[in-house]
Design a protein around this ligand. Structure first.
Ligand code: AMP
Length: 190
């Protein structure tokens, strides 16, 4: 059976965006990345963008109600009917509960939560390298440390949340992009 409704959970710099993109292409379903959508909103100067920018620049989470609205609107678009890969949403227990409610309204369920694990010092080093290459305004050492702490405190508990649901599959995120992609494929066959 092919999994078509899944979410990727992982700390900043774990490669979840890259892996979500690879998987979305392979499965022919859209990648729903709230970070990308929020950055686009900031660039467009929209109301959502104005609400989100300060939080993003400080490496903090954008308030739940703002992000839930963005994710819900995207999930309601017609291309998400065939499936989706959530990348960077949910990030808090309140967002996970809101997602459950959205999926219930759509009469579908989440089939799989892939959790990527990478050592924290390796993550900080990766993010600092990415900062130099991409020049993202939230990739400096202070905000990187904040984002790690936010992940540990707010998002990490979702690993247990999805484990209790019986949909969790854990994947080692060390190594190059191809190696991790193979491990994900293998985890999806399990
Ligand atoms: P990302 O590209 O996923 O690393 O997200 C970049 C930034 O966007 C995060 O540090 C947050 O400020 C914000 N963001 C993205 N997704 C969420 C979310 N689900 N909840 C709250 N803030 C988010």
């Amino acid at each position: 059976m092919t999994v078509t409704r899944l979410l990727l959970l992982g700390p900043p710099g774990s490669g979840k965006g890259t892996q979500a993109e690879i998987l979305a292409r392979r499965l022919g379903i859209p990648q729903i990345a709230t970070g990308d959508m929020l950055r686009a909103a900031v660039d467009a100067g929209s109301a959502v963008g104005r609400q989100a920018q300060g939080f993003m620049d400080r490496g903090e989470l954008v308030p739940d109600d703002v992000v839930i609205g963005v994710a819900e609107a995207r999930l309601m678009e017609p291309d998400a009917v065939k499936g989706f890969i959530l990348d960077g949403f949910p990030r808090t227990p309140a967002q996970a509960e809101a997602l459950d409610a959205m999926l219930e309204r759509l009469r579908v369920s989440l089939e799989c939560c892939l959790a990527l694990h990478v050592d924290e010092e390796e993550l900080v080093a990766r993010l600092l390298r990415r900062a130099q290459i991409e020049g993202r305004s939230d990739d400096n050492e202070q905000t990187i440390r904040t984002r790690m702490q936010v992940y540990r405190e707010k998002t990490q508990p979702l690993v247990d949340y999805y484990d209790r649901r019986g949909v969790l599959r854990e994947v080692e995120g060390d190594g190059d992009i191809g190696e991790v992609a193979s491990r994900i494929e293998e985890a999806l066959r399990r």
